[in-house]
Design a protein around this ligand. Structure first.
Ligand code: SF4
Length: 526
């Protein structure tokens, strides 16, 4: 993850199918980079997972294989063929072997060591999944690299770099160039575009040059040399705003526009597109979802029936939110398209809270976009100074973050002040501190649904407390700092390991055994 997170790279997104952003979407991105390294020509793939890492036991059940295969085939993370990617790989004539062997290239628990070959060439890539769909390629052909998929990467395989570098410096603008000597030496060029075809033709005529590889970016927002953001803490944001008097959603636009070097209008429209996907997930969920391999059915339909008959207690907004959160979670569990916000496991709380509240207030589409932008900026502060990964910070990091983000967005939609937006986020993040991650049956369905509902309704309560000027006492930056510290202190059995909490109850173990017996695919995710 970048030190300067992007709302669309690190916080709201990827748009994806599958139970886990850190497994399904991340592995698909790694697979796409592998495909580019081989120019799309692959006959055989050897995937190695370390027995001590988490992927050795979860690569199939958490959807890593599914995503990798989709990536090898060049698909998007939302491709509707993903659940059958294994069959498609076979049909494409690509032989895949998976071995559990010591991998010394990295000690990260989510390490992929991948050897690729065709009739003409072979390459090796080592990459890690760092959470929320983000990745880093750490080695290519035995040489240390650092690729997050946010540049156009041109690799020029050549025997000596000097002549090639001198030539490139005079004809091509790049962000960085690095020489990787070794068994298969190459020059790595990071740039805002690929080396144009005419220059590639000239280069391959050099006697030193063997071949040129082009690895396309897999993230929506690019990085660049001398990347700058206007602020990275809440305190800095308030200083930045001293002479501007901007709302939280406008500050989000300023941040993301500078972070990605994209126009303010483009940031707004990108978030509108995200909103449409979230709304579509709600509509899909409320039509009823069907998927054999899951624990819970389409409960949002029962909820809607009760709501329509006025048989539910509490306010209408609250119940609309519960219904929307449920519908989105049901779409996720049935391999439908969702937006990880901030993760796939917590994909219901933020959109359910923002869209449900906006509809109950009869707000416009633009108002919903503003709410999401404000939420996204709170997520940037969390991504920069704490984590969204349940393996690191428990459920507080996932649904807790989603609730804190939603609270700020709701205040913005209610025309609250900037300080009320920040107070709402602070209050909503204080409540789930220490919340553990203990999925039942080793799946992201329960208690995940309830935790998402709790986060969304917590967001509404905290937004209303902030709008009434309740004193939140602890500044947002300090609450986020505390999230990080508390996460570090949560025992590992309570951080998405299936070793504690509800995961080890008698009932949960019975559900797990039943699932494994009938459909041993796509177990838990975070
Ligand atoms: S309980 Fe764990 S898997 Fe479920 S939403 Fe929370 S963090 Fe994700």
């Amino acid at each position: 993850m970048s030190n300067f997170p992007s709302i669309f790279n690190d916080v709201i997104g990827p748009v994806m199918r599958g139970p886990s952003s850190s497994h399904c979407a991340a592995s698909l991105r790694i697979g796409r980079l592998c495909r580019d390294l081989m120019d799309g020509q692959i006959n055989h793939i050897l995937i190695e997972f370390d027995p001590e890492g988490s992927l050795a036991t979860t690569h199939k059940s958490q959807g890593s294989d599914m995503g990798l295969f989709g990536g090898f085939l060049g698909w998007e993370a939302f491709d509707e063929r993903l659940q059958s990617s294994e069959q498609y790989i076979e049909q494409a004539g690509i032989q895949v072997d998976i071995l559990i062997v010591p991998v010394t290239a990295s000690s990260h628990p989510n390490t992929y060591q991948i050897s690729l070959s065709s009739t003409n060439e072979s390459h090796r890539m080592v990459a890690i999944s760092t959470g929320g769909g983000m990745i880093e390629v750490i080695s290519i052909d035995g040489e240390t690299v650092s690729m997050a998929g946010d540049y156009y990467e041109t690799l020029i395989y050549c025997t000596s770099p000097e002549k090639v570098k001198a030539y490139l410096s005079s004809v091509f603008e790049f962000d960085s160039v690095e020489w990787h000597p070794g068994e298969k030496p190459f020059l790595e060029i990071k740039a805002q575009q690929f080396l144009p075809e005419n220059l590639c033709h000239e280069l391959v005529a050099f006697p030193e040059v063997q071949c040129i590889k082009k690895l396309a970016p897999v993230l929506p927002i690019m990085a660049r040399k001398n990347l700058y953001v206007p602020f990275i803490t809440c305190e800095q944001m308030l200083q930045y705003n001293e002479d501007k008097n901007l709302s939280l959603w406008e500050l989000a636009i300023d941040y993301e526009s500078e972070r990605g070097k994209v126009s303010k209008v483009e940031v707004f429209e990108k978030m509108r597109a995200i909103l449409h996907i979230m709304e579509n997930a709600i509509q899909l969920g409320l039509k009823g979802t069907h998927y054999e391999d899951r624990i819970l059915g389409s409960q949002s339909l029962q909820f809607r029936a009760q709501l329509q008959q006025n048989r539910l207690t509490g306010g209408n907004a609250n119940n609309l939110i519960i219904m929307y959160v449920s519908a989105i979670m049901e779409v996720k569990s049935s391999m439908g398209v969702i937006v990880a916000a901030p993760t796939a496991g917590s994909c219901g709380a933020l959109p359910g809270g923002i869209i449900g509240m906006a509809e109950s207030m009869n707000l416009s589409e633009d108002d919903k976009v503003k709410g999401l932008l404000a939420a996204g900026l709170i997520g940037v502060f969390i991504a920069a100074h704490a984590t969204f990964a349940a393996e690191v910070g428990g459920c507080m990091a996932e649904t807790g973050s989603g609730g804190g983000m939603a609270a700020a967005g709701i205040v913005v939609m209610a025309n609250g002040t900037l300080s009320q937006s920040l107070a709402a986020a602070s209050l909503a993040l204080q409540n789930p501190l220490g919340l553990i991650c203990d999925p039942i049956g080793n799946r992201v369905e329960a208690p995940c649904l309830g935790r998402n509902v709790m986060a969304a309704t917590n967001a509404v309560s905290c937004a209303n407390m902030a709008l009434s000027d309740y004193n939140h006492l602890i500044p947002l930056d300090e609450v986020i700092e505390t999230m990080k510290k508390v996460g570090d202190e949560i025992h590992h059995t309570l951080r998405c390991t299936n070793l504690g909490g509800l995961s080890i109850t008698k009932a949960a173990k019975a559900i797990e055994a039943q699932l494994e017996e009938h459909s041993p695919v796509f177990f838990k995710v975070c």
